[in-house]
Design a protein around this ligand. Structure first.
Ligand SMILES: Nc1ncnc2c1ncn2[C@@H]1O[C@H](COP(=O)(O)OP(=O)(O)O)[C@@H](O)[C@H]1O
Ligand SMILES: [Mg+2]
Length: 324
């Protein structure tokens, strides 16, 4: 994909880099925010770093000075469409997907329903009924899905609160331990974690980046592995067969389009031991640090970090009235 370099003369007013916030992913958001702001400044773009957790007046004053908002933030309150809705109401162009894709994408159950209707392969799963007891729910889930199952929050990221439950008792315990907001249980697919980035140009043409494999001893791309606190080797392109690669690319592009994403997105899969790829979730605002997964995939495709940011920044010019 050809991305024309940025001419800083085209951008006179400062770009607000929105980061931080109050979600459980705020540390990772700050990592993205600081890296993006620094890189944009080096590229000659005036930036203004705004913390979404700041008080309302500070935030609104900052936004009033900016010509566009660059979203370098993840998690609830930011990746779920709320921030996008605020910016649209204030008539401030912003990077990334719109309200619709962000809201659906943040909810793993709804997102799976939408993408599976578009032919994307998703593991069977179920929402945990918060009004039922952990014992009743663990029995119901074990009858519906084969054990082990994966228990995870419906609207969290960064592998926060993830647990594999191999028995009915451990499942009941996991439902008690993880109990923080809405939960889901999903068939556990033994295999390896593979992520696929998608870039979409301003005409809506979708370009799939080389797949990235995060190899861990137990196959799970955990919270510790993501933070560099546990063993994890990265391979880009992922070491999968040409058929699996084609399948990953097809599914990532289909999910990006089915969810009404714009500009860029990153899709997490597990590739089972039989080579079949299962779509797990979308990240509408994936991490943007230099060593982050999207930057790694872009680089493997010959796109340096600065050009990746240029592409994302140009995405703010999309007409949100015609492209929800
Ligand atoms: N059903 C599953 N089967 C096997 N591994 C899974 C499953 N769900 C999640 N994982 C593992 O956990 C990681 C994080 O899960 P994911 O659904 O991407 O949530 P998060 O939003 O926390 O990143 C995945 O990259 C994968 O390694
Ligand atoms: Mg993930």
């Amino acid at each position: 994909m050809r991305i024309a370099p940025l001419d800083p003369a085209d951008i006179r007013d400062p770009i607000a880099v929105i980061t931080g916030g109050w979600s459980r992913e705020k540390d990772r958001s700050w990592l993205s925010g600081n890296t993006v702001a620094e890189a944009l400044s080096e590229m000659g773009v005036k930036t203004l770093v705004l913390d979404l957790a700041d008080n309302r007046d500070t935030l609104l004053e900052g936004l009033a000075e900016a010509s566009k908002a660059f979203l370098a933030i993840a998690g609830r309150g930011a990746e779920d469409g709320r921030l996008q809705g605020l910016l649209e109401t204030l008539d401030i162009p912003y990077t990334g997907s719109g309200v619709l894709a962000s809201a659906i994408g943040m909810n793993k159950i709804t997102a799976k329903t939408v993408v599976s209707a578009a032919g994307v392969r998703v593991p069977r799963g179920t929402r945990i009924d918060p009004t039922a007891t952990a014992e009743d729910e663990s029995l119901r889930v074990s009858r519906m899905l084969e054990l082990p199952v994966m228990v995870k929050p419906v609207s969290e990221g960064g592998s926060i609160g993830l647990q594999v439950a191999p028995t009915v008792d451990s499942l009941a315990q996991a439902l008690i331990d993880v109990a923080d907001g809405e939960l889901m249980a999903e068939a556990f697919i033994p295999g390896r974690a593979v992520s696929v980035g998608v870039l979409e140009d301003q005409l809506g043409v979708v370009h799939v980046l080389p797949a990235l494999e995060a190899r861990t001893p137990n196959g799970i791309y955990s919270y510790a592995a993501k933070r560099g606190d546990a063993e994890c080797d990265y391979h880009c392109p992922a070491r999968v067969s040409p058929d699996t690669l084609a399948d990953l690319q097809r599914q990532a592009a289909a999910a990006h389009c089915a969810l009404y994403c714009h500009s860029y997105s990153r899709h997490d899969f597990v590739v089972g031991d039989d080579g079949r790829a299962w779509w797990l979730e979308i990240n509408t605002l994936p991490g943007l640090s230099r060593a982050g997964n999207l930057a790694r995939m872009a680089l493997a495709d010959g796109i340096p970090y600065e050009l990746l940011l240029t592409h994302i920044l140009r995405g703010a010019d999309i007409d949100r009235r015609t492209r929800p």
